[in-house]
Design a protein around this ligand. Structure first.
Ligand code: SF4
Length: 354
């Protein structure tokens, strides 16, 4: 376990006034050793702080007083000070396996850690989730989380993740929803594997077992030239059209039964199928626009001054036949909302689809 290391101190902040400096390691806060950014945030929220600081190989104590809840003014080197929980799946479509060799080591890290899901919107499969994790998520209100579903049939899901725990780990999704945790789901569609009848079965399974999900994003797998999995191939326009149609059909079902559309196809599908994007009103508050869901409509609305994050909803209206070049940015990174979170430093590699 590493101690949080200071990488930036805000000028004029309580930390700056107390003499904290870049490179300092905070070994303990009021006698407590934080495991991660979540515990750090809770500890530094206190008004009176006694910090055990390591500086240049020496140990020292720093005491400071501030208002309760006042930011300390420190940015630290990582989100996790204990070990990141790594992924024990071996998905055929895994983007990590498709990276070229020779990149920096951190890019090859497969994480599957609910804390990164909360902090940065990383998707977790829950195959390494535990009872203790559930207790922490619920007691600390770590919501929303982002969960990879891929298939609701246990055998199919285990085969996709190439992990037998994939067959049972959606029980944690049920538990999260039972405790009122908001969860965004994702289905990465691999043509010939979990599209067609499997996708229908998955979306039926969502309705049957996980209808409290906040949203479900249906996104296409990415295939790089470094892919070595024979079954993995890009979608054809016909594949994409079939997914668009399936999602539209299920939106009708969800709308009729739940009063909301719940499932959305990635913008990439509409571009590939040469179909118009759904109207902005279909996306509600654009909960997954940074995941490539409604991104084009969000951009369009933002240009008109009513985009997500502007405090106004996109103007509901007619269906505009928006078409364009494939959007950049899908398939990897998404920014999470929250000024405080944005200030926090992500683990190398950042948020990921899985
Ligand atoms: S895609 Fe995600 S869940 Fe699957 S093996 Fe890769 S890192 Fe693990």
């Amino acid at each position: 376990m590493s101690a949080p290391r200071v990488v930036a101190v805000a000028p004029g902040s309580p930390a700056a006034l107390a003499g904290l400096a870049e490179g300092d390691e905070i070994a303990a806060i009021n006698g407590e050793v934080p495991r991660d950014l979540l515990e750090w945030r809770s500890l530094v929220d206190e008004a009176d702080l006694a910090l055990d600081v390591r500086r240049g190989g020496l140990e020292t104590s720093v005491e400071l007083r501030k208002r309760p809840g006042e930011p300390l003014g420190v940015e630290v080197h990582s989100a996790l000070f204990d070990r990141v929980r790594t992924c024990d799946n071996h998905c055929e479509f895994c983007f990590i396996y498709q990276l070229p060799p020779g990149l920096r080591r951190s890019l090859y890290l497969k994480d599957d850690d609910y804390r990164l899901s909360f902090l940065y919107g990383n998707f977790t499969t829950l195959t390494r989730f535990t009872e203790a994790d559930l207790e922490r998520v619920v007691s600390e209100g770590l919501s929303p989380l982002y969960v990879s579903i891929h298939a609701t049939d246990p055998e199919v899901r285990a085969a996709i993740l190439r992990n037998r725990r994939g067959a049972t780990s959606l029980r944690w999704l049920r538990a999260l929803l039972d405790h009122g945790v908001a969860v965004h789901g994702q289905v990465v569609v691999c043509p010939g594997v979990n599209d067609g009848a499997v996708l229908d079965d998955t979306l039926a399974g969502v309705l049957d077992r996980f209808s409290e999900l906040t949203s479900v994003a249906v996104v296409p797998l990415g295939v790089s030239r470094h892919n070595h999995e024979a079954r993995m191939r890009p979608h054809t326009p016909d594949d994409a059209a079939a997914v668009v149609d399936a999602v539209a059909d299920w939106q009708d079902v969800y709308l009729a039964t739940l009063g909301r559309r719940l499932v959305f196809a990635a913008d990439e599908y509409y571009l590939l199928a040469d179909r118009p994007f759904p109207p902005a009103v279909h996306y509600g508050d654009f909960p997954m626009h940074e995941d490539g869901i409604g991104m084009a409509r969000a951009f369009e609305a933002e240009l008109g001054g009513a985009g997500p994050g502007r405090g106004r909803r996109p103007r509901p209206g007619r269906v505009l036949p928006v078409r364009g070049r494939r959007l950049r940015g899908r398939g990897g990174r998404r920014r999470r909302v929250g000024v405080e979170r944005r200030r926090l430093r992500a683990l190398p590699g950042g948020p990921r689809h899985r």
